[in-house]
Design a protein around this ligand. Structure first.
Ligand code: NAP
Length: 264
């Protein structure tokens, strides 16, 4: 019988995960199928609880369900518990539901360099910013966080024991974890919205993806930064979810090629 997995979110219509995961299952000859699972917040807990009895071995979780996913789990991975959000649920035959966070490790995989001892600036204090700050801090970077709403950044900085930047400043590694800059045409507007006009970065990671090149990745490349795009981060977090569910090494190149295509 085909084993099922999927992505729980609201909305998920434009998710690239089904193409990416189904390509990975096919490449390894696994009889698995990955589906979009659109579910509104009020239906999340009941839907997630029903999946194990409906042939599902696991699910990814995206906006706005990552905190709820952590709450409903019966087992929590260390990263997920520390970050306060889960993006991967794994269903065991005995009925347990395990929650993991692969966003943090996926970001470090995508980064492709050791951030230990380096200055890292995270722009954005939402869910993605929180996972990025935690991941970089755990990896030994000197992290500071900036957010449009300063209170939110100050609170996260206090909670995770990192610095709060009153304005974006140059750093070895800059991560855009805001929702700004989907379309490259809006480059100037995005740079101004984040106040990064004079910021320099050796490496720039843009978590935003969907309109490659994004406004900020184009801006950063123009200033000489090495750019890691949001598709690579998506691929790397997905690869880690894939490995948790299947126990097989993820075919990263296959996943990258599938995720690069805009969803139809
Ligand atoms: P979220 O929790 O809703 O947080 C949104 C963040 O964007 C907040 O920091 C918010 O600042 C900031 N923001 C929104 N509009 C802004 C504007 N006009 N100017 C300045 N800041 C603005 O969302 P999230 O889950 O953290 O996701 C953030 C982005 O990362 C999204 O684009 C998402 O698609 C992407 N993402 C990518 C991956 C990946 O695998 N590549 C994974 C996760 C997320 P305020 O607090 O001031 O409102």
């Amino acid at each position: 019988m085909t084993t099922l997995a999927g992505v729980l979110g609201f909305p998920v219509a434009h998710s690239r995960s089904p193409a990416m995961m189904n390509a990975a299952f096919a490449a390894l000859g696994l009889d698995w199928r990955y589906l979009k699972l659109p579910v509104a917040p009020e239906g999340f807990a009941a839907t997630a609880a029903a999946l194990p009895g409906s042939g599902y071995a696991g699910a990814n979780v995206t906006i706005p369900h990552k905190e709820a996913a952590l709450k409903l789990a019966t087992e929590r991975g260390e990263e997920a518990a520390a970050i306060g959000a889960a993006n991967t649920l794994s269903f065991a035959p005995g009925g347990s539901i395990r929650a993991d966070n692969t966003d943090a490790a996926g970001l470090l995989d995508a980064l492709g360099e050791d951030p230990a001892g380096r200055a890292a600036l995270v722009l954005g204090a939402g869910g993605a910013g929180r996972a990025a700050v935690w991941a970089l801090r755990e990896a030994g970077a000197e992290v500071s966080i900036w957010n449009r709403g300063a209170e939110r950044a100050a609170a996260l900085a206090r909670e995770l024991g990192v610095a709060h930047a009153a304005r974006p400043e140059s750093a070895d590694i800059v991560v855009n974890a805001t929702a700004v800059g989907l379309s490259a045409e809006q480059e100037q507007a995005a740079v101004e919205a984040l106040g990064v006009t004079t910021v320099e970065a050796a490496t720039f990671v843009d978590l935003v993806y969907g309109g490659e090149p994004t406004a900020l990745s184009r801006w950063a490349a123009g200033r000489g930064a090495r750019v890691v795009d949001g598709v690579e981060v998506l691929v790397r977090q997905g690869a880690r979810s894939f490995e948790l569910w299947t126990g097989c090494e993820a075919p990263v190149a296959v996943m990258r090629e599938a995720a690069a295509q805009p969803p139809v």
